[in-house]
Design a protein around this ligand. Structure first.
Ligand code: GYE
Length: 346
C-alpha cells in the first residue's frame, strides 16, 4: 500500500513539474526536476523531502568477523536517514531459523525492501514466498541461497569458488609436482555459500593433484579462537607434516598462525607453513606484507553502495541485474606493498 501511495505521489509531482516546465523559460542547461531520477545515472540516494525508504536488513552475525563488521558498517553508512533510508538491522547470531523469523518480522512490519546476508543456503522458500506475496523486493547480499530465482529480486556478492581457485592456483606455484603437499582446512560456518565455494575449490584441487593430501578439515566458525584451538590439536596430531593451512577467512588464519607460533613452528615466508586466507581485511594484508600470510584472497564486504543503487533502480521503475558479482583480486606476501595495505578501505 505504502509503495502504491509513493508511486502515485511520484507521478503527480512529475506531472506538475512537467507542466510547470512547459510554461517556464527553457533553462540554458538541462535541469532535472526534484523528485525524478535522471536516465543517465541512477542516484544512490532518494531526493530530499521524500519519506524514508524502510529497509529490513537480515544480517547473519554482526560481529562474526572483521569482514562482517565492515559489511554491516557499509550498510549502516550508506542506508542512513541522511541518505533517505530507515535501516532496521536484525542480527540472527548465526542462527539460521532465527534469521528466517527475522525476515518474516520485516514482512509483518511491511518494510519497503528486505536485504539478506544469509547464514545458510537452505530453508528460504516459505518466507520468500511470503515476501513475494506481500510485494516486498528481496535483495540477496554477500551469500547465495538455494531458492527459486523468482523468489528474490537480485543477488550481489562474490564468486566464492573462484576465490578458492585463486588460492589453490597459488599453492600449485608454491610446490612442485613431485613434492608432498599436506593441507589442513579451517572451514567457515558449514552451509554458508562462502564456505561451500571455498571448500569446493580446495577439494577439487586436492582431487586433481595426486601429490596433495587433505590431512584435516573442520569448521572454525569464522572465529580466531575456535580456529586456534582446532589448529593446536592438528599440530599435536600431525606436527611438521603440515605444509599448508587453508583458512577460509582472515580471523581463522590469525588463530592458526597463533597456534603454529606457540608450537614453535615457522609460519609463512619462503619456507614456513604456507598460510592461505580470504577476505584481505587491512590488518591481515599487513600480516601478508610481513610474510605471515602467503596468499590472501580479497572478498569485498562494502556492499552498501551497490544495495542502495539497486534500491534506487527499483524506485525509479527499473529492473536491476539479477546477479552482480563483485570484482576481486588476490594478494601475495612476495609482491604486496605498503601502499596497497594503506589504501585498503576496510
Ligand atoms: O569471508 C567471513 C564472514 O560471507 C564472504 O563471512 C562472507 C564471509 C567472510 O564472516 O569473514
Amino acid at each position: 500500500m505504502k509503495k502504491l501511495l509513493r508511486l502515485i505521489s511520484f507521478v503527480c509531482i512529475f506531472a506538475l513539474l512537467v507542466m510547470a516546465g512547459a510554461c517556464a523559460e527553457k533553462p540554458s542547461e538541462t535541469t532535472v526536476p526534484v523528485g525524478t531520477t535522471t536516465s543517465k545515472s541512477v542516484e544512490t540516494t532518494p531526493n530530499a523531502g521524500d519519506e524514508l525508504i524502510v529497509v529490513g536488513f537480515a544480517q547473519c552475525k554482526a560481529d562474526e568477523s572483521d569482514w562482517r563488521m565492515a559489511n554491516t558498517k557499509s550498510m549502516q553508512e550508506t542506508l542512513s536517514e541522511a541518505n533517505g533510508y530507515k535501516l532496521i538491522l536484525a542480527d540472527s547470531n548465526n542462527d539460521a531459523a532465527k534469521q528466517v523469523a527475522d525476515v518474516q518480522g520485516f514482512i509483518d512490519q511491511e518494510v519497503d525492501y528486505i536485504v539478506i546476508a544469509a547464514v545458510n543456503m537452505d530453508g528460504w522458500d516459505t518466507v520468500l514466498t511470503n515476501a513475494k506475496n506481500a510485494g516486498i523486493p528481496v535483495i540477496l547480499m554477500d551469500r547465495t541461497i538455494n531458492a527459486s530465482a523468482d523468489l528474490y529480486t537480485c543477488w550481489v556478492g562474490s564468486d566464492f569458488k573462484a576465490e578458492g581457485v585463486k588460492a589453490t592456483d597459488w599453492i600449485s606455484t608454491r610446490f612442485t609436482a613431485d613434492q608432498e603437499v599436506n593441507i589442513v582446512n579451517l572451514q567457515g560456518q558449514l552451509g554458508a555459500s562462502a564456505q561451500i565455494g571455498r571448500t569446493e575449490a580446495l577439494e577439487d584441487a586436492v582431487a586433481a593433484n595426486s601429490n596433495w593430501t587433505l590431512l584435516a578439515q573442520q569448521t572454525g566458525e569464522w572465529s580466531t579462537d575456535t580456529a586456534k584451538e582446532i589448529m593446536a590439536s592438528w599440530i599435536q596430531r600431525h606436527g611438521d607434516k603440515i605444509n599448508v593451512v587453508y583458512a577460509e577467512n582472515d580471523n581463522m588464519a590469525d588463530g592458526a598462525i597463533q597456534a603454529l607460533e606457540e608450537a614453535g613452528m615457522k609460519v609463512g615466508g619462503d619456507d614456513g607453513v604456507a598460510i592461505i586466507s580470504f577476505d584481505a581485511n587491512r590488518a591481515y594484508l599487513q600480516m601478508t606484507l610481513e610474510g605471515k600470510i602467503n596468499c590472501n584472497v580479497e572478498c569485498n564486504p562494502l556492499h552498501g553502495p551497490k544495495v542502495a543503487q539497486i534500491i534506487q533502480t527499483i524506485e525509479g521503475g527499473g529492473s536491476p541485474a539479477k546477479v552482480e558479482v563483485v570484482e576481486e583480486a588476490a594478494f601475495y606476501y612476495d609482491t604486496i606493498t605498503q601502499e596497497i595495505v594503506d589504501a585498503r578501505a576496510y
